[in-house]
Design a protein around this ligand. Sequence first.
Ligand code: NAD
Length: 252
Amino acid sequence: MTTDMINQIANLMRQSKNTVVVTGAGISTEAGIPDFRGQNGIYRQLGEDRVMRIINIDFFKAHPDQFYSFYRQYFKFPDVDPSLAHQMVARFEQEGIIKGVVTQNIDNLHQQAGSRNVIPIHGNAEEFICMNRRCQKIYDHDYITNSTEAVPYCSVCGEIIKPNVVLFGENINNYLGARQLILDARLLIVIGSSLTVYPLAGFVNEFCSIAKDLVIINKGPTQLDYAARYKLDVGENSTGQILEEIYRKLQR
Ligand code: NAD
């Protein structure tokens, strides 16, 4: 069953002149970063409503000390390397099999694996940014972890520093670029996303409405399974190995 589907997905990729990959937290679980909704995820541990209330731009502005205390405790990603799945996506791009990646992830692992055309619509958790629009100095993670202040402030202009990630209530990065890359694709491959977070889920929905091929590789159900030409449920298998197997088929 899985082998059949791997063959079919490889065939679609072989025929497509414009394939784009969309990724979510599920592609990074094999690297050791838990997703939010999985068993070890913070939505399960703390409740989705509570988390969404805190990682929100209005909460950040009103209670930066509480925000930072929460962020430091729960948003410190383990120091991990890209997984086989990230490496395979990078190889697909290097060999011209895909055009690029739109990701909801903030862990920078696609870039570390060597992907070049990546649109990280939710930002990059490795960085922090001064909120003064005329300054916008970027700080790395160590600057904040080594800081003894409850709330870090910019060393240049004194304004508050914010994680360089898109909080609830903020616009995503490169909305137009991400939407265009997706809508221009002939084949869209979604890997490790439940497709519940907007606007990305909306872009994928829009893509489906113009009758192109959607492939979903995910552990468990997603919101758009019904619209997919092929839905490959990873189950107990590894997404990295599945992508490697697709790559092998493409070489034949
Ligand atoms: P999600 O949690 O909604 O969905 C992840 C999906 O991946 C789930 O359906 C899960 O079952 C599946 N999955 C888990 N392990 C998998 C595997 N090995 N192979 C394939 N699928 C697997 O994640 P989302 O849709 O990306 O949205 C949640 C939000 O959380 C996003 O906004 C994202 O920015 C943020 N987030 C990012 C990270 C990260 O950067 N690594 C981690 C957690 C959450």
